[in-house]
Design a protein around this ligand. Structure first.
Ligand SMILES: Cc1cc2nc3c(=O)[nH]c(=O)nc-3n(C[C@H](O)[C@H](O)[C@H](O)COP(=O)(O)O)c2cc1C
Length: 270
């Protein structure tokens, strides 16, 4: 009789020491069930209670790091300390039977509109509307001070995830949201330190990564993971393509920080 070994059921240890009981990961899936201001609802707790316990790790629906980064109604928020009590309940719910809890964090950038932002114009790297959907609003280009504040906001969101008891954060650099908008040669038409060459278009993501790393170093008293999600392609032309050197550029530029990342995930062309 032959024995079958299911490796995905065996434990996995990240290089920071955090161990998953198995290799099943639930990917981030937005449920649009948070309160109007992004606070956790009992519907969300029930949803995650029904799914935790089995997987080694669950990545939450995406949470915005700033009010200007809200991309849709019912979205989770990690933009203020008021959110920590609800997020603490969420982390506890996910921790059933040893499942690890990861919070995905982002800023939607131009993938929002003035209805969702209660009258405010969406912001992005540059004042360029998304190609899809066709009625996308033209955003306002972020100022230098606003960019610096958003970098701080990503660090603060990481601090709140630590305080709430999560085991890590995933930076949502995919699906055409703000981190991708800075990297894309389409949505980023800036001529300052944040745009132009591939290297400069990566500066925002690298600064956000540094802010998250600093928060982890300062506040985490336990192994705390940092992940990054990318989309290797986008529909805009010119835009990010798997075959052009953008992706290898990310690889070479991030080589020095790869030890930072315990994982990276890829989300399809958007
Ligand atoms: C309803 C729904 C909500 C999603 N929300 C998110 C999200 O908040 N963050 C994210 O990175 N991906 C999100 N995704 C994408 C999923 O994480 C995943 O990449 C996608 O469903 C493809 O999965 P597959 O490759 O296993 O088919 C969502 C997908 C669905 C269907």
């Amino acid at each position: 009789m032959t024995m079958t070994t299911n490796q995905f059921l065996s434990s996995f240890q990240f290089n920071n020491g955090l161990t998953l009981k198995n290799r099943v990961v639930m990917s981030p899936m937005t449920t649009m069930t948070s309160f109007y201001n992004g606070m956790v609802t009992s519907d969300e707790l029930n949803y995650y209670a029904a799914r935790a316990a089995g997987p080694g790790m669950v990545i939450t629906a995406v949470a915005n790091v700033a009010d200007s980064g809200k991309g849709f109604e019912g979205e989770l928020s990690v933009a203020s300390d008021d959110m920590i009590p609800g997020l603490t309940k969420l982390a506890r719910t996910l921790h059933q039977n040893g499942t690890k809890a990861i919070m995905q964090i982002f800023h939607a950038g131009r993938k929002s509109n003035h209805h969702i932002l209660r009258g405010d114009q969406p912001v992005s790297a540059s004042a360029v509307a998304a190609v899809y959907p066709p009625d996308s609003e033209t955003p306002r280009a972020l100022t230098e001070d606003e960019i610096q504040q958003l970098i701080v906001d990503f660090g603060e969101a990481t601090r709140r995830a630590i305080a709430a008891g999560f085991d890590g954060v995933e930076l949502h650099g995919a699906n055409t949201y703000l981190l991708q908008q800075f990297f894309s040669p389409n949505s980023n038409q800036r001529t300052d330190n944040w745009g132009g060459s591939r290297e400069k278009r990566m500066n925002f993501a690298l600064a956000v990564i540094d802010a998250a790393k600093s928060a982890i170093k300062k506040y985490a008293d336990r192994p705390f993971l940092l992940g990054y999600r990318i989309s290797p392609e986008e529909i805009e032309n010119p835009g990010i393509r798997l075959k052009i050197p953008c992706i290898s550029s990310i690889r070479s530029r991030t080589r020095s920080i790869t030890c930072t990342f315990q994982w990276g995930t890829i989300s399809g062309r958007r």
